[in-house]
Design a protein around this ligand. Structure first.
Ligand code: F0G
Length: 358
């Protein structure tokens, strides 16, 4: 049938809903890369290799297919950048109009440029993602002709749960899965995927779901760490990891459920730990991830230091977005840049190799 597919749609029997047509750009089927130089029990699920460079494409193929099947001609999403880029691309492929609502000045350059290229209509608000999100939820209640593509839309999570299916097919069930948490849909989606495999009897346990948040935007992690049942929302969230710069995550209940039911936990990391982890991942593994994704590695190091994870436990980090999304953060890493007279290149290289320069 024409629904037969690869990637996300390979699992169509486990994705509910009725689809008249499938809007796909061959998302999913991302590599699970084994660590070469950090820890042999560590794996990176590189979601940066999706069509628009983030895991959002898995959810977007299902949600936009649903929108089209319901005859919607217009979609909308609030976003810190990646959802916007993905929504814009899938709407373009479907031939429908997309509006995206962004926190002005707080979206990484690569993501903003993608939304421009794919031809979304860009609405910028003075305020954080949370303000943009609230506007979209209000619009969704009042103007039923516009289909919302944020992760309160359950179809998004149905697509994203396929991350769990792919991990299981590659290495079985790891001890831990570490996920950067923003609006808090993805950690729940991945847990849901594992939990469904458990219910069908394909696996006999689910991994511990470990959420990582940035220090300036950590309402859920704070609540988990303090043993509270509800987060205190953060009015002015801030972090270098702009993807997860969110103070009032709409899916907080789902995320806390995933963490609690899987006997997982949450970890808070600082901006400097995030940038250091981004560099470590690039320089020890050759993998470029955006800061929010590098937060997972920062969280892994912290979890090992705290004794939350043993270094012999099989652990998967969800690298949610590609480094190219945020060129400015990449360029912050320190390295040598030397203005050279071309005639002196040989001398400089020999000096570098022998450690004579500097
Ligand atoms: N990592 C990246 C790269 C993201 O873009 C996001 C979310 C997350 C992690 C967190 O996932 O929200 O499901 O907890 N980005 C959204 C966006 C908010 O608008 O692109 P989550």
């Amino acid at each position: 049938s024409k629904l037969k597919g690869r990637g996300v749609w390979r699992y169509k029997d486990l994705i509910p809903g009725y689809y008249k047509s499938i809007i796909s750009i061959n998302e999913g089927n991302t590599p699970l890369i084994k660590s070469a130089n950090i820890n042999k029990q560590l794996y990176f699920k590189f979601e940066g290799l999706n069509p628009t460079g983030s895991f959002k494409d898995r959810g977007m193929t299902v949600a936009v297919s649903s929108a089209v099947s319901l005859n919607y001609k217009t979609v909308i999403a609030a976003s810190t950048g990646n959802t916007a880029a993905s929504a814009a691309a899938y709407a373009a492929r479907a031939g429908i109009k997309s509006f995206i609502v962004l926190p002005k000045g707080k979206v990484a350059l690569g993501k903003l440029a993608q939304s421009v290229l794919y031809g979304a209509i860009i609405l910028e608000v003075d305020g954080s993602f949370d303000v943009a999100m609230e506007a979209v939820m209000r619009l969704y209640r009042d103007l039923k002709i516009v289909y919302p593509l944020n992760s309160f839309n359950p179809w998004r999570l149905e697509g994203q749960k396929t991350i769990a299916f792919e991990i299981m097919e590659d290495i079985g069930v790891p001890e831990n899965v570490i996920v950067p948490v923003g609006n808090a849909g993805n950690i729940y989606a991945i847990w849901k995927g594992f939990n469904e495999l458990l219910k069908i009897g394909i696996i006999d346990k689910v991994p511990r779901m470990i959420g990582v948040q940035a220090e300036g935007a950590s309402p859920i992690a704070n609540a988990i760490i303090k043993g509270k049942n509800e987060p205190d929302f953060i009015e002015n969230p801030d972090t270098v990891a702009t993807a997860i710069r969110i103070g009032r995550p709409v899916n907080w209940q789902k995320a806390m459920k995933a963490i609690k039911e899987s006997k997982g936990t949450a970890i808070v990391v600082s901006d400097s730990e995030i940038l250091e982890a981004q560099k470590t991942l690039a320089r020890k593994e050759g993998i470029g991830a955006e800061p929010a994704s590098a937060a997972a590695l920062a969280g892994y190091f912290k979890a090992i230091n705290y004794g939350i994870i043993d270094k012999d436990e099989k652990t998967v980090l969800i690298l949610t977005g590609h480094s190219l999304k945020d060129p400015e953060s990449m360029a912050k890493a320190d390295t040598k840049r030397i203005l050279v007279n071309p005639l002196h290149i040989e001398k400089i290289i020999v000096g570098e190799i022998n450690g004579f320069n500097s």
